[in-house]
Design a binder for this molecule. Structure first.
Ligand SMILES: *[C@@H]1O[C@H](CO)[C@@H](O)[C@H](O)[C@H]1NC(C)=O
Ligand SMILES: *[C@@H]1O[C@H](CO)[C@@H](O)[C@H](O)[C@H]1NC(C)=O
Ligand SMILES: *[C@@H]1O[C@H](CO)[C@@H](O)[C@H](O)[C@H]1NC(C)=O
Ligand SMILES: *[C@@H]1O[C@H](CO)[C@@H](O)[C@H](O)[C@H]1NC(C)=O
Ligand SMILES: *[C@@H]1O[C@H](CO)[C@@H](O)[C@H](O)[C@H]1NC(C)=O
Length: 450
């Protein structure tokens, strides 16, 4: 179905062959930089022809990548014909039969349409002008050897400048790593089918030193000082929720979020009494369960879980081992302590350890002070606050689809290695790397200037 224009990238490849290769050895690596004014995590990719450095918001729960197409120029882009195998891969959305404007990335006849969304500031389709066309174009990431690896048929959506509201400065779109047919890892795996269908992320909270995303590798994951983190992961199944946010009342669409089976929470080794039905996904309509998100800065808990959890934390923190007395909290947090009262350890502030007990009693994600507490220093206050927030009574992901009861957010993911094995449908996780004497900024990038 696709026109002959696809031959063009090959010519361009010859041109750049000294540093771009479509055969280059995987795995691919890309730095993940935290933007501190928004708490967003941003990756660096290369798009268009000639390739252009493009910063994208990292979203573990998005179906497809999108890029602002206002001002998009490329000699290789293609639209997706409505009746094509690629359109089938994307699922039935909508078709633009005729576009009467000048031809361009966002205007073409018989073009498949998509509905990109911004997870930070949801797009109001009644207000934004224009349609968003699916595109195929060149997309490249750097390899562990420091060169670029290109796929010339990357599928994504065009969007408009207005879609960038709320995103970190310099970001031109969104990088989809969600559970879908067209996420970045799945498209790379389709192109390089001999590589493992697996990706890993390690988020760094550092202002200057990035973390890393790795595609097409189950390891080794080499971190300074000489630690292969692929050897120290625990595993839990990745669960799918058949009712995602794009579901229609008569047509369920599975969720692009990665769910894990959280069975209980312990604080300082003591079980927190939680309503078990909230921890499971409701198989009828979708609410409940636990997801992992890079676009939520702090873990969000359904209100009854939140209330029970913070009471348990307050009680354990007040025990003689910690002897902490809470002070007036600072929003959005509900529990804060004067920083002067909290001791520091190698694992961050000395507070009760939080255990997320997963599918088995011995599969435990441990959250130490460095991941549970947030330092707030402003005006006259200097506090350590518990970095968990209230998600309300009925979290929703669309007007009729219920949301997860627990969303594990970015602050809790920092300096943890997470491996998403899409083949075996399991999550590998490390808990805090600080206990292993390393952190996410210690990944051994082959070249620092990619
Ligand atoms: C779409 O494709 C199917 C199968 O290839 C074909 O039978 C049908 O006629 C096509 N429809 C259009 C509108 O091109
Ligand atoms: C992925 O594509 C297949 C067809 O190749 C389709 O049956 C399936 O529903 C798609 N999955 C999603 C999540 O869109
Ligand atoms: C779409 O087709 C119509 C009729 O054939 C033509 O006038 C128009 O220029 C085309 N639009 C684009 C963007 O190619
Ligand atoms: C547990 O949560 C479910 C779903 O929200 C609710 O229907 C049920 O009443 C709750 N049970 C208790 C004991 O609070
Ligand atoms: C606990 O803290 C209070 C003040 O915050 C202090 O007076 C008391 O001596 C402390 N107790 C222990 C056992 O450290």
């Amino acid at each position: 179905m696709l026109p002959t224009k696809l031959a063009v990238p090959l010519l361009i490849l010859l041109f750049y062959s000294s540093f771009i290769s479509s055969q280059a050895a995987l795995p691919l690596q890309t730095p993940i930089q935290k933007d501190h004014s928004t708490s967003q995590y941003v990756i660096t990719a290369y798009l268009q022809t000639p390739l252009k450095l493009t910063k994208l918001l990292l979203d573990l729960g998005a179906t497809y990548t999108w890029v602002n197409c206002d001002g998009y120029t490329s000699s290789t882009y293609q639209h997706v014909p409505c009746n094509s195998s690629i359109a089938n891969l994307l699922g039935a959305y909508a078709c633009l039969d005729l576009c009467d404007g000048p031809p361009g990335p966002n205007c073409g006849n018989n073009s498949f349409l998509l509905f990109p969304d911004n997870p930070i500031k949801p797009v109001d389709y009644k207000k934004v002008k224009g349609i968003n066309i699916a595109l195929i174009d060149s997309f490249a990431l750097s390899t562990t050897q420091g060169s670029l690896t290109l796929i010339n048929n990357f599928i994504f959506s065009c969007a408009r400048t207005g879609f960038l509201k709320g995103l970190a400065k310099g970001v031109a779109g969104l990088a989809a790593l969600g559970r879908s047919n067209v996420s970045i890892p799945v498209q790379f795996n389709r192109f390089f089918s001999s590589t493992p269908n697996c990706f890993a992320i390690c988020l760094s909270g550092s202002k200057s030193q990035p973390g890393v995303a790795l595609f097409g590798s189950k390891g080794p994951y080499d971190f300074l000082p000489g630690i292969d983190l692929s050897k120290s992961l625990l595993y839990t199944p990745l669960i799918s929720n058949p009712f995602g946010k794009d579901s229609d009342p008569d047509k369920p669409r599975s969720s692009p979020e990665y769910y894990i089976g959280l069975n209980s929470i312990k604080v300082n080794g003591k079980m927190v009494a939680l309503n078990k039905s909230l921890l499971a996904i409701d198989g009828e309509t979708g609410p409940g369960g636990t997801t992992i998100s890079t676009v939520v800065p702090y873990t969000k808990l359904q209100r009854s879980i939140y209330k029970t959890f913070i009471l348990a934390f307050l009680k354990e923190a007040a025990s003689p081992a910690f002897n902490l007395t809470a002070t007036k909290p600072v929003k959005p947090f509900g529990v804060c302590y004067p920083a002067s009262a909290v001791k520091n350890t190698q694992m961050g502030p000395a507070v009760p350890i939080i255990d997320l007990v997963l599918d088995r009693q011995d599969v435990v994600w441990k959250i130490f002070g460095s991941n549970s507490m947030v330092r707030i220093t402003k005006k006259s206050v200097d506090l350590w606050c518990l970095g968990f927030v209230d998600a309300g009574v009925n979290p929703m992901v669309s007007s009729w689809i219920g949301g997860p009861s627990i969303v594990i957010g970015g602050h809790q993911l920092e300096d943890n290695m997470l491996q998403f094995d899409l083949q075996s449908k399991r999550l590998g996780f490390s808990s805090s790397l600080l206990s292993k004497g390393t952190n996410c900024a210690n990944f051994k990038f082959s070249t620092k200037n990619m």
